[in-house]
Design a protein around this ligand. Structure first.
Ligand code: F6P
Length: 337
């Protein structure tokens, strides 16, 4: 029996010490707050219909997506976990129209957090994977309320990013800019335990993930790449491919971290002006940081995602092509042509 378990909290404390960072405990506290929100969400997702959390809420978010009951509950759990302990100064969420500052009387901490509290929430009702995604930035002035512009920082300025996958088991996957580590929730003790140290995206792959129903709208470079994948070993790419589609980005990226692959949500004719479909601050940037920290690449097709300059809209969209290094490089060549 293994009595040397590394919990998420002890891992973070050790890592801060190893990196010689001034350990005020605030960053560790912030990650602990986020992990508590994720554990609470995991428990409800796991109970599903028994907890009465399936179905729609009857409202829409800032992007016009129909909100599920569990979207709103997960959002509240994140907000509650982040606003009480004095580690966070403000947040931006997929489920909130504007950025959120803290209620009067609460201590403003040193960090900003952006999050999608329940990614892929349409999977909830059919008992398929969902997740949470988060990104952490340093607040510009500790102790003060942030403005929307304070969140408008490129992904290269993230100091940490992660996701929690609610699948057959719940997993918290984290980078603080020093590699990627995965922790599995042991529900019997209520702790995330380090089970996947130093995760690496395999450099090569023959697996892609894209919503093929949008094929006719994709930009020509992606049309051609997918056509060449489908042509298999007799085509220009010279190998047979497999396709997977979980319809929750957390599920796709987790699969890619475990066994390689590429995930594409490219520019298409309907979202060209907006820049893509997925959201930069709480989907594109955090996942790009995780994938890059695990040795993969993350691009819009034309630019590194983490170098896209935000325009001040917390819900700004971005095109996403990320995963195994060599395959993303191949896709980028189609964009250069
Ligand atoms: O933006 C959220 C999201 O659910 C992603 O996680 C997922 O990849 C995508 O949207 C699926 O959207 P669609 O079903 O429209 O392709």
């Amino acid at each position: 029996m293994d009595t040397q378990l590394t919990t998420l909290s002890s891992f973070i404390i050790d890592e801060q010490r190893r990196l010689g960072k001034q350990a005020s405990g605030e960053f560790t506290g912030l990650l602990n707050d986020i992990s508590i929100a994720c554990k609470s969400i995991a428990s409800l997702v796991n109970k599903g219909a028994l907890a009465g959390v399936l179905g729609v809420a009857g409202s829409e978010n800032a992007m016009g997506d129909a909100q599920k009951k569990m979207d709103l509950i997960a959002n509240d759990l994140f907000i509650n976990a982040l606003q009480h302990n004095g580690h966070c100064a403000g947040m931006a969420s997929e489920e909130l129209d504007e950025i959120l500052t803290l209620p009067e009387g609460k201590i403003r901490g040193s960090y900003l957090v952006t999050f999608d509290p329940l990614d892929g929430s349409s999977n909830m009702d059919i008992n398929i994977d969902v997740g949470a995604i988060f990104s952490i930035l340093k607040a510009p002035a500790s102790g003060e309320d942030p403005t929307a512009e304070d969140f408008a920082r490129p992904g290269v300025e993230q100091i940490a990013a992660g996701y929690c996958l609610y699948g057959p088991s719940s997993m918290f996957v984290l980078t603080t800019g020093n590699g990627v580590n995965g922790f599995t929730l042991d529900t019997s003790i209520g702790e995330f335990i380090l089970t996947h140290p130093d995760m690496k995206v395999p450099e090569t792959t023959n697996e892609f993930a894209i919503n093929a129903s949008n094929q006719r709208h994709w930009e020509p470079a992606v049309q051609q790449y997918i056509a060449d994948c489908q042509a298999g070993e007799t085509g220009t790419l010279g190998k047979n491919y497999n396709m997977r589609w979980v319809a929750a980005m957390v599920g796709e990226i987790h699969r890619i971290l475990c066994r390689g692959g590429v995930f594409l949500y490219p520019i298409d004719e309907r979202n060209r002006e907006a820049g893509g479909k997925l959201r930069l601050l709480y989907e594109g940037n955090p996942m790009a940081m995780i994938v890059e920290q695990a040795g993969g690449l993350a691009s819009t097709g034309y630019q590194r995602i983490m170098e896209v300059m935000p325009n001040g809209d917390p819900h700004q969209r971005v095109a996403v092509i990320m995963g195994s290094k060599q395959e993303v490089e191949t896709i980028l060549k189609y964009h250069e042509a």
